[in-house]
Every structure is written in structure tokens, then in C-alpha cells.
Design a protein around this ligand. Sequence first.
Ligand SMILES: [Ca+2]
Ligand SMILES: [Ca+2]
Ligand SMILES: [Ca+2]
Length: 105
Amino acid sequence: MIRDLNEDGIDDLSYEFTLDGYYEFVDANFDGVVDQTHKYDDKGVLISSKYDDDFDGVLETKVVYQFTVPYRTYVDTNKNGLIDLVFFYESGVLNHSEQLETGMS
Ligand SMILES: [Ca+2]
Ligand SMILES: [Ca+2]
Ligand SMILES: [Ca+2]
């Protein structure tokens, strides 16, 4: 298993195994800070992902998958720890989005 994607000697992928699956941690911009986490079930099927798209150390976007295609995306656009934007998908294709008046956790 390759863990050092850009071959600079620093691992960019790491894994944490749980009873019902495992997590994959990715340092996509190679700055030593994790900016993506992916959760897989015990069969290796992708369940959900979290992304730090602006690389500020906060993973403000969460994607939930159903049958390995996107089902919902939750975004904390103002980074107050509460979800304020939700994207809805139909069969993996973006259907519509909803701005939440009061954020949800
Ligand atoms: Ca590396
Ligand atoms: Ca990073
Ligand atoms: Ca961020």
C-alpha cells in the first residue's frame, strides 16, 4: 500500500481501523495536515467523506454516500461548527441545494 503519494518521505495517507470499518486520512496538498477523511465500512464501501477545501485545518464539508455515489453534502460555509448549506443528490447527480436559516450540528 502506497502511503507517501508525492514521495517526499512523509506519509500522506493514514488509516484507523474500527470494529465496523476504517477511516482513511489524506493530506491532499502535502503540507503535513490532514485535509480529507474518508469512512469505509467493513466491506471497504465508502460511507462518508469530510473535506477541508480551503486548507484552513477545519473540515467544513461532509459528503454522505449511498451505494458509493453522493447522497447529501453538508457544508459549514461560515465555519461556526453548524451546517448551513445542504446539497441533495438523485442517483449521484446534484438535484438541488438548501440554505439553512439556523445551522444544524
Ligand atoms: Ca508525502
Ligand atoms: Ca494538507
Ligand atoms: Ca476548511
